[in-house]
Design a protein around this ligand. Sequence first.
Ligand code: NI
Length: 225
Amino acid sequence: MIELAAVLDMAQVAQAGAMLDAADWVDGRATAGHQSAQVKRNRQLPEGSPAARKLGELVLSALERHPLFLTAALPSRVFPPLFNRYEGGEHFGSHVDNAIRQVTGTGLRIRTDLSCTLFLSNPGEYDGGELVVEDHYAERRVKLAAGDAILYPATSLHRVEPVTRGVRTSCFFWVQSMVRDAGERALLLDLDLAINQLRDRVPEEGGLVQLTGLYHNLLRRWATA
Ligand code: NI
């Protein structure tokens, strides 16, 4: 799981908040699969609504400038961002996201390798509402500052705890990665981060050229562009 700090700045978070307050919301089960519809209790902006489109573009252009998102996800296709809202005990029980999502109104299909949640409410504005991601060994409870995002494997079971006070709004979407295998993706991220550290600390180190070549040769071997 990778935390992405400050995907949106405070002014963008405020802009998003004002648009979301003014928007029309629908039952979140509109985009849920059969199993998740049984445990999903929240509201969403309708897919493709003007507010969802405008805010989605804001999020996508911010992601394109976020170096950690680019190197961690190695994105090939990103699902148009969706927006949800929880209040008054609303929650989303344990589920796994559909493996393939079709973008409504297009023939475009996306394999959901990674899920991403971008928090749009500050933790002080609501109680509960943690995103809980289960892996084989533990549960990770995530509640980030507004503007921060978490990237996690779409293969994991996850849920959103009931929001018992206030309102939690967030943006969520899926990423099809150029590198399908999560283990290969993790190795590439480690290598890239290590190369960046070396470049900062010992820029004259000649081995950096070979390491950078190694990174690109592994990417060439594993990626589908
Ligand atoms: Ni989900």
